[in-house]
Write a protein that binds this ligand. Structure first.
Ligand SMILES: NC(=O)c1ccc[n+]([C@@H]2O[C@H](COP(=O)([O-])OP(=O)(O)OC[C@H]3O[C@@H](n4cnc5c(N)ncnc54)[C@H](OP(=O)(O)O)[C@@H]3O)[C@@H](O)[C@H]2O)c1
Length: 305
């Protein structure tokens, strides 16, 4: 049964008609989405501003299409909220369930009060005891960290170097690599050395004082979580059979990875680092902060007032 309550009403959302600067992000009143038969209508409580959101904001629609992205008026990749209603064929959830996920491939992003998402897509339930603000920042950063660490072969007793250990991907990567039993060396700036150590890194290199390229150490996995180095630059630090992986590479999100990071969140193996929290109406400021390239962990958008 489709609940008709919200179909004829409007909602607040951030819209952007053309690619460009953060000033183009506008608080607007738009129609509340109508869920398709296989969809959940989710009342969003928290979203985030990721690096990817900034990249997409600047990307002309034509270029976005060339990269296989779906240009859309309402941006935003991550959300956490509550199932408000279900389409007639949506299965696995009931009204009131708390869920989180990504909006990849959907016609609408997460900077909005409501979103319709396919029940069998990139959405999963929020573990008990985890808040909306803790769940929303997990999918993009933690999934990327999990996928790239797995690709690199990180595991028990691997020596893992994480460059950019204080960003969203990096802070999750430190926690996940430690959870996998690896020996972790994080690379961060002076102001983030303590944070990275507190996340569990065994060693931290302050990149403002020591260039990790000249560290002279050997690693089984080098994960550039911030995409500032290349395999060519780092190759000499790799053990025989070691692997260099970078967030510059493209990857495909999978539900399997989303369920894996949900389990890590449920067990307490990962906890998101939240740098700043903004209201929906402050998304422009949030974008300006993120595009400076110095955020610590994640940027949260509260949509529940
Ligand atoms: N391929 C994928 O599937 C995928 C998925 C997610 C993200 N990404 C990409 O991954 C990258 C990282 O995303 P993110 O959200 O984690 O980034 P972010 O949070 O914006 O990273 C910022 C952090 O990086 C640190 N940093 C900046 N320059 C550094 C350097 N030269 N060495 C070491 N640390 C440095 C900054 O610390 P300081 O302030 O100390 O400089 C800051 O804490 C982005 O390019 C994003 O687009 C790719």
């Amino acid at each position: 049964m489709i609940d008709q309550t919200h179909q004829s009403t409007t909602m607040q959302a951030i819209t952007m008609k053309r690619a460009g600067s953060a000033d183009r992000l506008t608080l607007s009143e738009v129609p509340t989405p109508v869920p398709d038969p296989g969809d959940l209508l989710v009342r969003i409580h928290a979203a985030t501003v990721t690096r990817g959101d900034v990249v997409m904001r600047k990307m002309p629609k034509l270029v976005a299409r060339l990269f296989g992205e779906r240009p859309r008026t309402i941006p935003g990749y991550e959300y956490a909220g509550v199932v408000e209603s279900l389409g007639s064929r949506a299965e696995g959830y009931t009204v009131g369930d708390r869920v989180f996920g990504t909006t990849s491939g959907l016609r609408q992003g997460s900077y909005a009060e409501y979103i319709a998402v396919p029940a069998n897509g990139m959405v999963v339930s929020i573990p008990e005891g985890v808040g909306f603000g803790e769940a929303a920042p997990v999918p993009v950063g933690a999934m990327a960290a999990f996928d790239f660490l797995c690709l690199g072969g990180a595991g028990e007793r691997s020596r893992v170097l994480i460059n950019g250990a204080s960003g969203s991907v990096g802070t999750f990567a430190v926690q996940i690599a430690k959870h996998l039993g690896s020996h972790v060396t994080g690379v961060a700036g002076s102001s983030n050395v303590e944070l990275v150590a507190a996340l569990g890194a065994d060693d931290v290199i302050d990149y403002t004082k020591d260039d990790p390229v000249n560290s002279g150490r050997i690693f089984d996995v080098i994960f550039d979580a911030v995409g500032k180095t290349s395999e060519k630059q780092m190759n000499h630090l790799l053990a025989e059979g070691g692997r260099f992986v970078t967030t510059k590479a493209r990857r495909r999100e999978t539900r399997k990875s989303l369920l894996a990071v949900r389990d890590l969140l449920a067990s307490g193996a990962i906890t998101p680092v939240v740098d700043r929290t903004y209201a929906l109406a402050e998304v422009t400021e949030a974008h300006r902060h993120v595009e400076q390239g110095h955020k610590r962990g994640n940027i949260l958008i509260r949509i529940d007032g």
